[in-house]
Design a binder for this molecule. Structure first.
Ligand code: URA
Length: 205
C-alpha cells in the first residue's frame, strides 16, 4: 500500500472493529446495557485516554465521556490546553454496568473478569493506533493497561512504561473528583488533575 492509502485502510480496520464490538457478548454486561460504547477520535492522536466504562449518559448516547464526568474531563482538558478533538478517548470496558435503584441506574465498578473480557477491544484499538502516549484515568483503566491491579498514588508522579513499551501517565478518574464532598479538597484535587494533563501535553509535544 502507498502512504496515501494507508490511513484509509487503518480507518476501515477501525470501523470494522467498532462494528464487531457492537455485537460483543464476551461478558454479561451486554444483556442490560443499551449499546457498546466504542472509543472515538483521530487514529493518530496526541494522547490516548482510557476511562473506566460508559456511564448512564454515555450508554444512551453511544459516545464516551459525554455525561457529568465527561463535562469535567472536557473542562480540565481545556484548562490544560489540550484539544479533545486531537485525542482518542476510550474506556477499559465498553458496556455500562449498573444496578437499578428505583428508576435510577447506579454505576457499578466492573470486575476483573469483565475488564479482561473487554481487553480484546482495548488491545485492538491500541494495536491499530499505537499511541506513543496513553493516559489512564483511574484504577480500572490502569489495571486494563498494565494487566494487573496497580496503586494510582504510587504510579502517578512519573511516566510509566506499558507492557507494549509505550509511555503512560496514570491519574485519577474525573468521577473521583465529582464524588469528593469537601469543596476545598475537590478544588485541590481538580488542580492536580489539570497538572497531570499538562504533563501529558508536554510529553506528547
Ligand atoms: N466514565 C468513564 O470512565 N467513561 C465514560 O465514558 C464516562 C464516564
Amino acid at each position: 500500500k502507498t502512504e496515501a492509502e494507508r490511513p484509509t485502510s487503518r480507518e476501515a480496520a477501525w470501523a470494522a472493529l467498532r462494528e464487531e464490538a457492537k455485537g460483543c457478548t464476551r461478558c454479561d454486561l451486554h444483556c442490560d446495557a443499551t449499546q457498546t460504547v466504542f472509543g472515538e477520535g483521530p487514529l493518530s492522536p496526541s494522547i490516548f485516554f482510557v476511562g473506566e466504562q460508559p456511564g448512564d449518559q454515555e450508554d444512551l448516547a453511544g459516545r464516551p465521556f459525554v455525561g457529568p464526568a465527561g463535562q469535567l474531563f472536557d473542562a480540565s482538558l481545556a484548562e490544560a490546553g489540550i484539544e479533545r478533538a486531537d485525542t482518542y478517548v476510550t474506556n477499559a470496558v465498553k458496556h455500562f454496568k449498573f444496578v437499578l435503584r428505583g428508576k435510577r441506574r447506579i454505576h457499578q465498578s466492573p470486575n476483573a473478569g469483565e475488564i479482561s473480557a473487554c481487553n480484546r477491544w482495548l488491545g485492538q484499538e491500541r494495536d491499530l493506533i499505537r499511541p506513543p502516549l496513553t493516559v489512564a484515568l483511574g484504577g480500572t483503566a490502569a489495571r486494563a493497561l498494565f494487566g494487573k491491579a496497580v496503586t494510582i498514588s504510587k504510579l502517578r508522579d512519573e511516566p510509566q512504561m506499558l507492557p507494549d513499551g509505550s509511555t503512560a501517565l496514570v491519574t485519577v478518574h474525573p468521577s473521583y473528583l465529582l464524588r469528593l464532598p469537601d469543596e476545598a479538597r475537590r478544588a485541590e484535587e481538580r488542580a492536580r488533575f489539570v497538572e497531570d494533563l499538562k504533563r501529558a501535553k508536554a510529553l506528547a509535544a
